[in-house]
Each structure stands twice: as structure tokens, then as C-alpha cells.
Design a protein around this ligand. Structure first.
Ligand SMILES: [Zn+2]
Length: 42
């Protein structure tokens, strides 16, 4: 899992694949991968 963040409005979503459209602002292709703290779990 990765966290994707909308560069337009800052909306964050957990998903395996990059979301195509932001449900908050409706912009397309605005998601960028955000670093998570998953490494701490292992
Ligand atoms: Zn957005």
C-alpha cells in the first residue's frame, strides 16, 4: 500500500495504484506518491 496525495487540494488516499481522479477537487492526474512510515512496522 502507498499513500497518494493530491497536489491540488492535499487529499490523501491509501491505494495500491495511483488514483486517476481526486474525489475531493475532481482534478485528474494530480496524485503524487507520499512516503509512508511502513518501514517502522517491519
Ligand atoms: Zn484534490
Amino acid at each position: 500500500m502507498a499513500v497518494w496525495q493530491c497536489r491540488q487540494c492535499g487529499y490523501e488516499k491509501d491505494a495500491r495504484c495511483k488514483p486517476k481522479k481526486c474525489p475531493e477537487c475532481g482534478e485528474k492526474d494530480v496524485f503524487g506518491k507520499k512516503e509512508t512510515e511502513e518501514k517502522k512496522k517491519k
